[in-house]
Write a protein that binds this ligand. Structure first.
Ligand code: AQP
Length: 362
């Protein structure tokens, strides 16, 4: 969405708003001994299924790589997952599995607070207050709702419609400066800025206006079978590469991935299938486009797809190994998630208190 209320330049200026709550006032133990200047990042991921290579390349990998740069807060957003029907037992399992997988990918609980959204009730409470300052016209423009609700919009849950306001609450509660996400979340982060800006204007400076941190490469990995659509956890099985897919499944999915009838293996955006596969290959190898194109000059799709499968399997093998260890100890996982929530709860509660006070709740 282009910002509903103001020009982007103006939005950028407002991003310099000082923290309503200074970082040093609510530093969690991991920050306490560090200089107070670090920017804070918040991001979440839904336990709607096992994450895919798009979630990894567009978001998780950057969260892991930048842990020393930021004050990091990462959240398994289970309340968001409820916006579409979930089997309760599966949701419970997916929530723990996702936490284990984030740790297996390299989220380090010493450097990042990792917790489950529903363990901090301030998320839902602040969402209600923000609902009351968010015009429905803004939500009507959200493309993700249109895509996820599909044809029968009347049947979609109110939660799915209101998802972006809950996401705004997630981010604003922690006074986050940045929100590292994939490209599909850009519109929601812009909406978050607009909500923060509106609230701050109406009630006085309360929230930091966050900016989206989106990479140029890999921010929108496309479905393997329909490369004009985003790869999605809730898509059909052959459309995504799950981080837990075994090697033979990875080989099969990549071998069947849609390409085209041309022969060259080059980064050509007008050929979405091969462009997408090359992007995955390039990102997992940290090479330049030129290097990748040279490697496959004169070679065919079969050879390229075999090399891509080898690279994906090699990248996922250590993650899958660590995941198996972590997932086998749910009690330890639960303890770790409880600790993550305990670390950030004071900050969430402080922000919620301030927002309640500002709007006149006694
Ligand atoms: N295809 C993608 N390419 C790059 N980044 C992506 N992300 C999602 N899909 C891609 C980023 O992954 C993070 C976590 O996503 P999410 O769990 O919050 O849900 P989502 O954005 O709705 O992703 P999915 O995979 O499509 O999940 P479902 O199907 O459950 O809705 C976010 O930073 C997102 O941008």
């Amino acid at each position: 969405m282009s910002a509903p209320t103001k020009a982007p330049e103006k939005a950028e200026k407002k991003a310099t708003v000082k923290r309503a709550i200074k970082p040093t006032e609510q530093a969690h133990p991991a920050q306490a001994s560090q200089p107070a200047k670090r920017e804070r990042v918040f991001s979440g991921i839904q336990p709607s299924n096992i994450p895919h290579i798009g979630n990894y390349l567009g978001a998780i990998r950057h969260w892991v790589a930048e842990q020393d740069r930021y004050d990091n807060i990462y959240c398994v957003v289970d309340l968001h997952a409820l916006t579409i029907p979930q089997d309760p037992a599966e949701l419970r399992q997916n929530t723990r599995n996702l936490a284990a997988l984030l740790l297996a990918c390299g989220i380090d609980p010493k450097r990042s607070a990792l917790f489950v959204q529903s363990h901090i009730s301030a998320h839902a409470e602040l969402a209600w207050i923000l609902n009351c300052v968010t015009p429905t016209g803004w939500l009507n423009r959200m493309t993700q709702f249109k895509v996820k609700a599909g044809e029968d919009r009347e049947a979609a849950s109110t939660g799915l419609y209101d998802y972006p306001v809950l996401m705004a609450a997630d981010i604003l509660l922690y006074q986050a400066d940045g929100v590292p996400v994939g490209d599909d979340q850009r519109q929601h982060v812009e909406l978050t800025r607009d909500i923060a800006n509106t609230f701050n204007h109406r009630f006085g400076e309360t929230f930091v206006e966050p900016r989206a941190l989106i990479r140029e490469v890999g921010a929108r990995i496309m479905a393997l079978d329909e490369p004009d659509k985003k790869m999605s956890k809730s898509g059909a099985e052959p459309s995504y590469l799950s981080l837990l897919d075994p090697p033979e499944v990875i080989r099969k999915k990549i071998a069947r991935a849609t390409t085209d009838s041309q022969r060259t293996i080059v980064f050509d955006e007008s050929r979405p299938g091969i462009y997408n596969l090359l992007t995955i290959y390039q990102m997992l190898g940290d090479e330049s486009r030129e290097q990748v194109e040279t490697e496959f000059a004169g070679k065919g799709y079969k050879e390229f797809k075999a090399a891509l499968a080898d690279r994906v399997i090699a990248a996922l093998e250590p993650i899958q190994r660590r995941y198996a260890e972590l997932a086998s100890d749910p009690a330890q996982l639960d303890a770790l998630l409880a600790e993550g929530a305990a670390r950030v709860r004071p900050l969430a509660e402080q922000t919620l208190r301030l927002a309640k006070e500002r709007v006149g709740l006694i």
